[in-house]
Design a protein around this ligand. Structure first.
Ligand code: FAD
Length: 433
């Protein structure tokens, strides 16, 4: 007998996929859930590997985690609202292995494993229109151990395939003649690999700065090349010099946009990532150029396919709790508790918002970078889903972290936060020694 349950396919077993699975599986009377994960482990980005090219299934390595990475947000605000970190005392900015363990504990606690298919690659997702007008999704997946391909249909698909795997590499005149080594931060693992070298780090966002700090302890010299409007305060890092973007390269000689030059052994691109959905049918018509995914309503729902969902598009956010709220919104839509406007209205609303951001001077490739806009976004979808939004304490700690990072990005991870009273948002914070 066909099941009357709503069949949900979740693609990807990182945090986003696990959070969706946790909430959908908690309503077994409504949902039947399949989570597909191409690797042999859950955790996505938080599964460290020494590999940089292909994994044991022969697929491109997914995770961009590096060996010494400590989180750039304190664990006090990274925790998923219904699953606090066990250790309320230890450091706030924790090693990546702590987060991975947290995700394993989360999956065990909510009994997610029976719903997860590991080593299972989703190859293709195709919409099918039924005679009654309803759209269902045909999902083709491969068991990578047996190489058996299966096709099954689902009522809704949630894309949680992550956005930090395919590195964006900007063109640089003369790069083809570069005699040194170049890599993207996706392939960066250990700072010791750059001992005694002259390294150019291109890009000074989160990864660029983080990698600069650790490589500077080993490299001979670092040229941190970026187009930020102001110079960063790098006086704590004695062997780091800042330069404008790279104008061109002549063998090992890098000529920067300010006219200065330097001899470089290693170029590390910290230039961000591209959104990709290689398994999505061309019928779906998703555009991912310009570091921007369209046409998506509230950064979550395809405007022409309202049972196809995109998790985790916003950047410069507090991702774990955001996934919690995004999930409530998606499940509200599937269950009919949350209503979408007509497709025409969604397009109009979206175009208006985009126009307003462009008028504020925000380039299209930065539209998904939320920063200060994130709080209104969370409030908006939490209200629509009729759930409690972010506790104000999260914003308070987040803002404080940004301030500390601006003051000194070399020491901010030594601060420790304690949430004393979540409701009245009282926090204690110890300064680094
Ligand atoms: P991912 O964790 O990338 O998971 C996606 C999963 O989908 C993977 O397991 C992948 O194997 C699977 N998958 C992809 N395609 C397929 C397919 N076709 N079939 C089956 N499975 C598939 N966030 C913070 O909050 N704090 C931090 O300190 C922080 N530091 C970061 C440091 C680095 C270096 C990076 C890259 C990111 C960092 N982030 C941080 C952001 C981080 O990416 C998010 O917190 C979060 O892990 C994203 O989860 P996700 O589930 O969206 O994607």
């Amino acid at each position: 007998m066909p099941s009357s349950k709503t069949r949900v396919a979740i693609i990807g077993g990182g945090v986003a996929g696990l959070v969706v699975a946790r909430h959908a599986t908690s309503r077994p009377e409504i949902y039947s859930v399949s989570l597909f994960e191409q690797t042999g482990q859950i955790g996505g980005t938080w599964v460290y590997t020494d590999e940089t090219e292909t994994d044991r299934n022969g697929l491109p390595v997914h995770s961009s985690m590096y060996k010494n990475l400590r989180t750039n947000l304190p664990k006090e605000i990274m925790e998923i609202p219904d699953f606090p970190f066990k250790d309320r005392q230890g450091p706030s900015f924790v090693h990546h292995s702590v987060i991975r363990q947290y995700l394993l504990d989360y999956s065990k606690h909510f009994n997610l494993y029976p719903h997860i298919k590991l080593n299972t690659l989703v190859n293709h997702v195709e919409p099918e229109k039924l005679s009654n007008g309803q759209v269902i999704w045909s999902v083709t997946y491969t068991d990578l151990a047996t190489r058996v391909r299966t096709v099954k249909t689902y009522d809704a698909v949630v894309l949680c395939n992550g956005h930090y795997t395919v590195g964006h590499v900007p063109p640089i005149p003369g790069i083809e003649g570069f005699k040194g080594t170049s890599l993207h931060s996706h392939q960066y693992r250990l700072p010791e690999n750059y001992s005694g070298k002259n390294v150019c780090i291109l890009g000074a966002s989160w990864s660029g700065i983080d990698i600069c700090i650790e490589v500077s302890k080993h490299a001979r010299k670092i040229y941190l090349s970026h187009n930020l409007p102001e110079q960063l305060d790098t006086k704590m890092l004695k062997n780091v010099e800042q330069r404008f973007g790279i104008d061109h390269i002549n063998e090992n000689s890098f000529i920067f946009r300010d006219g200065s030059s330097a001899q470089i052994d290693v170029l590390i691109y910290c230039t961000g990532y591209n959104f990709t959905y290689p398994f999505l049918s061309s019928k779906v018509e998703v555009r991912t150029d310009n570091n921007h995914v369209e046409p998506i309503y509230k950064h979550l729902v395809h405007m022409d396919w309202p049972n196809l969902f995109f998790m985790g598009l916003p950047a410069i956010v507090v991702p774990f709790p955001m996934f919690h709220i995004q999930t409530q919104y998606i499940l509200g839509l599937i269950e009919g508790r949350v209503k979408l406007p007509s497709s025409k209205q969604m397009y109009e609303e979206y175009e208006l918002e985009k126009k307003s951001l462009l008028e504020q001077g925000i380039a299209i490739r930065h539209i998904n970078k939320m920063s200060d806009r994130q709080w209104a976004y969370y409030d908006d979808i939490a209200k629509a889903a009729n759930i409690v939004g972010f506790p104000p304490v999260v914003k308070m700690i987040y803002d404080y972290c940004c301030k500390m990072r601006e003051e000194d990005f070399t020491t901010y991870k030594n601060y420790q936060f304690r949430i004393i009273d979540r409701e009245n948002f009282t926090v204690s914070c110890c300064k680094p020694r």
